[in-house]
Design a protein around this ligand. Structure first.
Ligand code: NAD
Length: 471
């Protein structure tokens, strides 16, 4: 990589391991000075993030347009307003989160009191992905700051306009001595990963997740891995089809055109209901994006040629299964919302996360027959069910393992700050959002307080048979 990637300090040489070590050393000195621990510093920084999102709204829209053609409304809802909501939530709750939590003690320690004290971990690293470049960068940073850490953010180079804007704005709005943005590709990220961090939160694919975890293991650094997977949606015939179809469409094509970690990857429905469902989706798509979705301004484009070609290849293998859409335009990196019916399970489209506007529908005899299909695949980040049946809801929640779950809608569970957001198995480990972010970046220190009173002989030698009797 010839071009200058780091924006902290406007220095021209490459960001290598030596410079990464220097940066970590600088932030560690700040952390050790105690600055980041104070409640006031944490609140001030989080408020600055909210202010930055409010004041720089138009620059943020412009970056998201340049990187993804993200429609303004979508950009506002999924990046700006969610980030501001996280800031507000943290500001409101931080005192409570920071307060030591009293716990009961046991007879063995009587008399005593005990509490769990949340302490910052130190200097942490956040590596984020390109699809929601502001939200996925700032949401973990809010957690890291709320917990009192110094933090380095490495945004994704695949969304270069957002990455450089984040670097510029962090410089302007945040305390440089403890919050930094390092831009870069693989060499810069590798240089960062060589360093000793107190925690790493990585968002992206599982292949790189393994690289991050291996690098962290060298220093015994704990990790949160926010990965992806194939998120299924089960659609029962017992639904309000019009509402279900709109919610499926909103969660698939209305969320970055399917380039979302929790967007619906494939649908499972019954053979009988499939034609009705496809009809409902067709009508809904025409209503929301017009008769020709390729011309719609309300849909994002594919992020890069590499991803466009990857999706085109997935589609090509099963092009005879297309029941809607299938059009694409490489010059504009656009692929139409595309529905495919009963693609074979061994086709590549059913083997890897699609992460784009292609939506296979798999049909089964009864909805429950599809449970085995999910269980035969790695555990997804999210699983969805559309039904009015209470029994089916209960069975689904009990039998299907996934990072999160949402009944009768898609994607929206991640907007509830009281719910942990994270994967299980191959969709990741650890969780964040709301207090879970604070916890992810805190050490829960166990503290027991005793006084000098009430000292009993029982625990001390000599260990006489009589003492054993007391125990
Ligand atoms: P990406 O290409 O932006 O990569 C993510 C980060 O990894 C970037 O910052 C990148 O610089 C870094 N990276 C890439 N190669 C690296 C290497 N060899 N060594 C070190 N770092 C490296 O994003 P992506 O992986 O294409 O993102 C899509 C994937 O992320 C999908 O699987 C999606 O489901 C998942 N995702 C998960 C979440 C979540 O919250 N769980 C959110 C968004 C995306």
């Amino acid at each position: 990589v010839e071009k200058e990637m780091i924006k902290d300090g406007d220095v021209d040489e490459a960001f290598d391991a030596k410079r990464a070590a220097g940066l970590v050393g600088e932030l560690r000195r700040s952390f050790d000075s105690g600055t980041t621990r104070s409640y006031e510093w944490r609140i001030a920084q989080i408020k600055q993030i909210a202010k930055m999102m409010e004041e720089k709204e138009s620059e943020i829209f412009e970056a998201l347009r340049a990187d993804l053609s993200k429609p303004k409304f979508e950009a506002y809802v999924s990046e700006i307003s969610l980030t501001i909501a996280s800031c507000k939530h943290a500001v409101k709750e931080l005192r409570k989160w920071m307060a030591p939590e009293k716990v009961k003690t046991s007879l063995t320690t009587y008399p005593s009191s005990a509490e769990i004290v949340s302490e910052p971990l130190g200097v942490v690293l956040v590596i984020s992905a390109w699809n929601y470049p502001f939200l996925l960068s700032l949401e973990p940073v809010i957690g890291a700051i709320a917990a009192g850490n110094a933090v380095v953010l490495k945004p994704s180079e695949i969304a270069p306009a957002a990455s450089s804007l984040l670097a510029k704005l962090a410089d302007l709005y945040l305390d440089k001595s403890a919050v930094r943005v390092v831009e870069g590709e693989v060499p810069e990220t590798s240089a960062l990963l060589e360093q000793k961090w107190d925690k790493i939160l990585y968002t992206g694919n599982g292949r790189v997740g393994r690289i991050v975890m291996a690098a962290a293991a060298k220093h015994l650094t704990p990790v949160v891995l926010e990965l992806g997977g194939k998120c299924p949606a089960f659609v029962d015939s017992n639904v309000n089809l019009q509402v279900a179809a709109r919610r499926i469409i909103a969660g698939k094509w209305g969320c970055n055109n399917g380039q979302t970690c929790v967007s619906i990857d494939y649908i499972v429905t019954t053979k009988e209901f499939a034609p009705e469902l496809i009809g409902g989706l067709k009508r809904g798509l025409a209503e929301l994006f017009g008769e020709n979705a390729m011309d719609s301004k309300d849909i994002s484009r594919i992020v890069s040629s590499r991803h466009f070609l990857r999706l085109a290849k997935l589609l090509d293998e099963v092009s005879d299964k297309v029941v809607l859409g299938g059009e694409s335009d490489q010059t504009q990196l656009k692929i139409a919302p595309t529905i495919l019916l009963d693609v074979p399970q061994d086709a590549q489209i059913m083997q890897e996360e699609i992460f784009g506007p292609l939506l296979p529908i798999i049909t089964v005899g009864k909805i429950e027959d599809g449970f085995d299909l999910i269980k035969s695949k790695p555990k997804p980040l999210a699983a969805y069910l559309f039904t009015e049946s209470h029994q089916l809801k209960k069975d689904f929640v009990r039998d299907i393992s996934s990072g999160g779950m949402l009944i009768n809608d898609s994607v929206l569970h991640l907007t509830v700050p009281g719910l942990p957001f994270g994967g299980v198995g191959e969709s990741g480990m650890g969780a964040y959002h709301g207090k879970f972010s604070f916890d992810a970046f805190s050490h829960k220190k166990a503290v027991l307080y005793r006084s000098f009173g009430g000292d009993s002989d029982v625990r001390y030698p000599p260990y006489t048979p009589k003492k054993l009797g007391v125990m």
